[in-house]
Design a protein around this ligand. Structure first.
Ligand SMILES: NC(=O)c1ccc[n+]([C@@H]2O[C@H](COP(=O)([O-])OP(=O)(O)OC[C@H]3O[C@@H](n4cnc5c(N)ncnc54)[C@H](OP(=O)(O)O)[C@@H]3O)[C@@H](O)[C@H]2O)c1
Length: 260
């Protein structure tokens, strides 16, 4: 199957590692010119061939830096991947230990970054009949499975995708959501990250905790998802091969969600 993305332009947020980096690499392999943003420009992002922008996307100033650079470098935007999310404020704590500052930080990064980036990209997306993918999470369907503000922000992001698909579909812009289950990224692998903290709270060895995730989360395939698998789904949805798919939330979780 040919995706036909050659010579398109794209913006990918949260591009320095994990699913964002895999998406950058997949799109570049498909011939797309990509601007990728994160706070850190990692060697992998530099090597990818993307134009890398250092920006804190939880702020409107950071989003302006990204979008000014993207529009100047690319001349217009065909494809947008609002991937940035989770972030430093997501901790394995309950509702009573999540204060206003944490709610605001989590919503800024997981919802408002997508609002701001999409608002800036839309004139170009409309002109070019472009396509958007927002990266949510199965936490929007299983909110009890994760930190409360993160699950709520991801559910709001899925709702935003549906609203945008309805409002801008008649003007040629498709908007889809991709909701992964557990993906093999720093969120889980980093001993100081969310997964490391969950393991420590459970008094478990980090490596043993990671190995036990498929059983603990009820992943039907018996394994977690690789970032390149999420990237492949994103690239498909961005492409004209998926030209009549819009306003839908696509789960990629190895069968974790058991309901229809
Ligand atoms: N991994 C999973 O199991 C999983 C499951 C469901 C959904 N997701 C979602 O998938 C998306 C990608 O996550 P991932 O697993 O690839 O996470 P990750 O490995 O932690 O990568 C997150 C990316 O976002 C960037 N980032 C974080 N805070 C930022 C900020 N304030 N401004 C700009 N960039 C920032 C990071 O770079 P810097 O830190 O250098 O800025 C990095 O490039 C997120 O939306 C996440 O919620 C992940």
């Amino acid at each position: 199957m040919k995706l036909g993305l050659d010579s398109k332009t794209a913006v990918v947020t949260g591009a320095s590692r994990g699913t964002g980096l895999a998406t950058v690499q997949t799109l570049i392999d498909e011939g797309v010119r990509v601007v990728g943003a994160a706070r850190t420009i990692t060697p992998d992002l530099e090597k990818s061939g993307a134009i890398a922008v250092a920006a804190d996307l939880s702020t409107s100033g950071g989003v302006s830096t990204l979008m000014d650079t993207a529009l100047a470098e690319l001349g217009g935007i065909d494809l947008l991947v609002n991937n940035v999310g989770a972030g430093d404020a997501v901790e394995p704590v309950g509702f009573l230990d999540t204060g206003d500052a944490e709610w605001a930080a989590i919503f800024d990064l997981n919802l408002l970054s997508a609002v701001r980036v999409t608002r800036a990209a839309l004139p170009s997306l409309i002109e070019r009949r472009g396509s958007v993918v927002n990266v949510s999470s199965i936490n929007s369907r299983l909110p009890a499975a994760g930190p409360v503000a993160y699950s709520a922000a991801k559910a709001a992001l899925a709702a935003l995708g549906k609203s945008l698909a309805e409002e801008f579909g008649p003007r040629g812009v498709r908007v889809n959501t991709v909701s992964p289950g557990v993906v093999r990224t720093a969120i889980w692998d980093d001993p100081d990250g969310f997964g490391g903290k969950v393991a420590a709270l459970a008094g478990a060895d980090h490596a043993a905790f990671l190995e036990g995730i498929p059983a603990a989360f009820g992943i039907t395939t018996g394994r977690i998802t690789e970032p390149r698998e999420v990237a492949a789904l994103i690239a498909f949805l961005l492409s004209e091969v998926a030209g009549n798919i819009t306003g839908a939330d696509h789960v990629i979780d190895g069968g974790t969600v058991k309901t229809l």
